[in-house]
Design a binder for this molecule. Structure first.
Ligand code: PHE
Length: 460
């Protein structure tokens, strides 16, 4: 939005549905389909799922409520919202850390978006069988030129949409694509879990087993909760600021939580049982695959089904759309921060965001080939940016939001905003308890332990 438009009247969503669709469009993305299953596979299966669900219903809920309410109260994105309550250095820091996170995420998000595009293109060429080969992913990822090319195409799609401002077109498309995605996810999940041998995977994913628990289960589940709900990165401040006063913040956020979690669980059911059914003796190793998991298992599933090419195309097309709507909202939030705070033009800030994406994204995409001998704290570039944003910056951003509420806004002030729609704040006691006693201390412990772990001081 331009400065002058901002001053006149802030754009707003049409109502509950508008907010829920836009927020769910931003929330449902690669985080649900690509990131959640590989973390669940790697960090404990059922016990990861259980802890994740607890986080979504407690801290996740509290953060969704906090950020949306602050956005609607101040009618500003994060930097402005923090400034609204005072110009202290700590406040400025709080605003900026929320605003900078998407700038770290969007470049590597586009790299994964590029992988999705490359698979989509390969299905169009009828490569359903060769993609299912054991080394297909490794071969692709070690080809720097091809990874970079598809990354650039995905990044250009994002930037062009931002520049043209045809967000409404994409939103309309995603209103059609999202329901298809849900249906397809059900179909593929049912197919996956009914394969011979898949039950082991279903059990691993759904039944908590303390044997698989480690401190990393908690660290990664918390990071994933932020990531998937689009919390702790300024997006919800901005979306809250577009929300009308008569819309119930609580009811709409509950819907977002439900939808986002549903898609993540379905993706887990598509991917994890398939590891057991199709990887044979490699199952244990593949559970640890990390970011490549979806690209290794899904092609094996499609290769074994009838109409594999058509289903492969549909699947990657839908993932592409889910990823694009999310990457647009990430990029849009960066662009609007530059516009509002650095007083740049829309064109100028879009170009700047494009340059950031190309620069940092190229490091991530070449981190698996040309630059694979460079690691930071033992991580390749993509893992490092993911760690930096999810395990370090987002916890700090979340703590900043909690401090702002406790110190400046007060819990009563926040409740007043939540009830401005005329409906009661149902989970107010839970919210207050989490904010007062749990959130800051708990997030801080996790932040410190994950940083110490990365520096090799402790091993978790
Ligand atoms: N929540 C998105 C996902 O799950 C990622 C995202 C975060 C998108 C923040 C926009 C803003 O993929």
């Amino acid at each position: 939005m331009t400065q002058s438009a901002n001053a006149k009247s802030r754009a707003s969503f049409s109502g509950t549905l508008g907010y829920v669709l836009a927020t769910a469009g931003s929330a449902v993305g690669l985080g649900n389909i690509w990131r959640f299953p590989y973390l669940a596979a790697k960090y404990g299966g059922g016990i990861f799922l259980l802890i994740y669900l607890v986080f979504v219903l407690t801290f996740g809920y509290a953060l969704l409520m906090s950020e949306t309410s602050l956005g609607r109260m101040t009618r500003k994105s994060p930097v402005g919202a923090f400034k609204h309550f005072g110009k202290s250095r700590a406040g400025q820091f709080g605003g900026w850390i929320n605003a900078i996170v998407p700038m770290i995420i969007v470049p590597y998000y586009c790299v994964i978006g590029g992988w999705v595009l490359r698979y989509l293109a390969a299905y169009f060429q009828g490569a359903v069988h060769s993609l299912a080969g054991d080394d297909a992913f490794t071969t692709f990822i070690s080809n720097g030129a091809s990874v970079e090319l598809f990354f650039i195409i995905f990044a250009l799609c994002t930037i062009i949409v931002i520049l043209l401002g045809v967000q409404s077109g994409v939103e309309r498309a995603s209103k059609i694509m999202m329901p298809i995605l849900v249906v397809l996810a059900f179909v593929v999940a049912i197919y996956s879990v009914t394969r011979p041998g898949a039950m082991e995977g279903v059990k691993y994913f759904l039944i908590p087993n303390l044997k698989h628990f480690s401190w990393m289960t908690i660290v990664s589940a918390l990071g994933q909760m932020f990531y998937s709900l689009s919390c702790a990165m300024g997006i919800l401040y901005t979306y809250g600021s577009y929300m009308k006063k008569d819309v119930s913040i609580e009811a709409s956020n509950s819907q977002v939580e439900f939808f986002d979690t549903l898609i993540a669980v379905l993706a887990g059911l598509m991917i994890i049982p398939a590891v057991f059914a199709f990887s044979g003796s490699n199952a244990a190793e593949n559970l640890q695959a990390g970011p490549s998991l979806m690209f290794i298992t899904m092609p094996k599933v499609f290769d074994s089904m009838g109409f594999g090419t058509v289903i492969g195309i549909t699947f990657f097309l839908l993932v592409f759309f889910a990823a694009l709507t999310s990457s647009i909202s990430l990029a849009e939030s960066c662009v609007s921060t530059f516009e509002d705070e650095l007083h740049m033009s829309r064109l100028g800030s879009s170009v700047l965001v494009g340059v950031i994406i190309l620069g940092l994204g190229t490091l991530s995409s070449l981190g698996f080939n040309a630059l694979s001998n460079i690691t930071i704290l033992g991580m390749d570039f993509l893992d490092f940016f993911d760690f930096l944003s999810n395990s370090v910056m987002m916890p700090i951003a979340a703590i900043a939001t909690c401090v702002l509420i406790l110190k400046k806004v007060t819990l009563d002030g926040l409740a007043a905003e939540v009830t401005a729609c005329g409906k009661p704040f149902k989970r107010r006691k839970v919210y207050n308890f989490i904010m007062k006693y749990l959130a800051i201390a708990f997030i801080a412990v996790i932040l410190v332990s994950s940083v110490l772990n990365a520096f090799g001081v402790i091993h978790i």
